[in-house]
Ligand binder design. Structure first.
Ligand code: FE2
Ligand code: FE2
Length: 209
């Protein structure tokens, strides 16, 4: 009798454990991999666009590309950390193909990339992560999403000033939060990051000497 009771308790505990296990967040894992590769590609691309802008003596645009490149690298790292936490073996990154053209064309390409991430990619990924209840992915995607909105506006302003021949009007200093990739120019920088509260002293600075 005692044996039977123990067996029933054991089966009940096992059933309880099984029912508590969250379902595998398949879609979020795929999204994280896509975002990891996308951010890694953007980081590599903006680094090359920065080099091209330096060559063209467009130094204020060069440091914007450098800052954004670092921010995308931080986003890629954050997505990778979430994948690792979900016990996904991360390979790569797979860097997508891109071409370095004139700085005006490079800015237009950057605006196109940021627009896709802001209008489509991150809203969809955040929805998937919410549906599958993956808190770390929601945070990682949201930090990137909110940063890309700012990047899009910075690039649009840079292209407008370049077309007007006013490159020198653009900020000469940029700051990147090392935790979430949030990006500030000199006029808008705060004492702490608006997204993750990291102190300004820790921000990475990009200067046009
Ligand atoms: Fe960006
Ligand atoms: Fe931050």
């Amino acid at each position: 009798m005692k044996k039977l009771i123990y067996s029933i308790i054991f089966i009940a505990v096992l059933a309880g454990m099984t029912s508590c296990t969250a379902p595998d967040p398949v879609k979020t894992k795929e999204d994280l991999k896509a975002a990891f590769n996308g951010e890694s590609t953007a980081s590599a691309k903006y680094a090359k666009y920065a080099q091209k802008a330096w060559q063209d003596s467009l130094s204020n645009i060069a440091i914007l590309f450098e800052a954004a490149s670092r921010a995308e690298g931080i986003h890629a790292d954050n997505h990778k950390k979430v994948l690792e936490k979900l016990r996904v073996k991360v390979e790569g990154p797979e860097i997508g193909a891109f071409e370095v053209k004139t700085t005006a064309e490079n800015l237009a390409d950057a605006i196109k990339g940021e627009s896709y991430e802001v209008a489509t990619m991150y809203p969809d990924f955040i929805k998937d992560a919410e549906t599958e209840k993956v808190k770390d992915a929601i945070k990682s995607f949201t930090w990137a999403y909110d940063t890309e909105k700012k990047h899009k506006a910075f690039y649009e302003k840079a292209l407008a000033e370049l077309n007007a021949g006013n490159q020198s009007n653009l900020p000469t200093r940029w700051f990147v939060c090392p935790v979430c990739g949030n990006t500030y120019d000199l006029a808008s920088v705060k004492n702490a990051c608006d997204f993750c509260k990291t102190k300004k002293e820790k921000f990475i600075m990009f200067m046009n000497f």
